[in-house]
Write a protein that binds this ligand. Sequence first.
Ligand code: H2U
Ligand code: ZN
Length: 349
Amino acid sequence: MPFDVEMHPHRRYNPLAGEWILVSPHRTLRPWQGQREDAGDKPRPAYDPGCYLCPGNRRAGDAVNPDYTGAFVFTNDFSALLPDTPLEGAASGKELFRYEPVRGLCRVICFSPRHDLTLPEMEESQIVPVIETWADQVADLSHEYRWVQVFENKGGAMGCSNPHPHGQVWAGDFLPRIAEQEDACQKAYAERRGRLLLLDYLDQERERRERIVEENSHWTLLVPYWAVWPYEMLLLPRRPVGHLPELTPDERAALASILRKGLIRYDNLFETSFPYSMGWHGDPSGEGDRSHWQLHAHFYPPLLRSATIRKFMVGYEMLAEPQRDLTAEQVAQKLRELPEEHYKEKPTG
Ligand code: H2U
Ligand code: ZN
């Protein structure tokens, strides 16, 4: 029997990060057992007096949230990065004990005053202000900081402490490891080919149509060929865009739409509020040519087989390299076949 990617173990290359992953599709030939047990998603009140993100409530220290109505941003009361780290007196350490001081800041972004909503349950018109806020934060912080990481950590499975819809932004004066890898890979590709890595990739995905989950006139949402997490997705604008502030009003509206649709598919997969970490990668700020960067968002959900059965990155993955069973093509098909309407909107009885 000749080699078949749908049947035989192989490695796939991630050209964006410059990493390999192991794919073992023969392990999924056993029948699909997508059981649907209760993940403990309880209905929540629109306002929770004990929530530190709800309007009017007290946070750590003495801060009190205003009676905000749209998106609301505040400085993280427990920031991992600080703007005033002393630089004087810092050496660079010895060869085997290197360090560098870092400066930065962390903010929390509430997506809505409503405690009971999540992005896929919000209207497109309510998601647009979230996108505006992301873009404004990047525009504001990239003057001072080299890497501005906008992200959302959703669900207890991802260690998120509060179900109130919110994300974060961390800005720092250094290029973190993943940003550095993506920068180097995109730069090398652009130098070699004179084109953008992710736009070339997108063109070929749009021809093959094996891994695309959702598309509109400005955006494509797909399961990347090199996905590591079972239901990982990559979201790309179709024209060259460096970072969120460059998006036109039309592109922002189309983004709200595709985000909502894609996240509804996620929720519908196991009929649960689907946990994930998602975040934006745009061009790093600072001097130098940045034209090799293409804006994109990654979605990394931990769930594997049901609302409670997650993939663990352990053993071989921690010690050798990431591995998956389901292929990216199988997953994209599964996501495409799901209903477009949110499962909570289904008429009951
Ligand atoms: P999670 O997405 O990890 O749940 O983060 C919520 C953030 O809110 C977390 O980074 C911050 C935590 O530091 N926080 C405050 O800034 N003020 C508070 O009163 C509680 C939590
Ligand atoms: Zn709340």
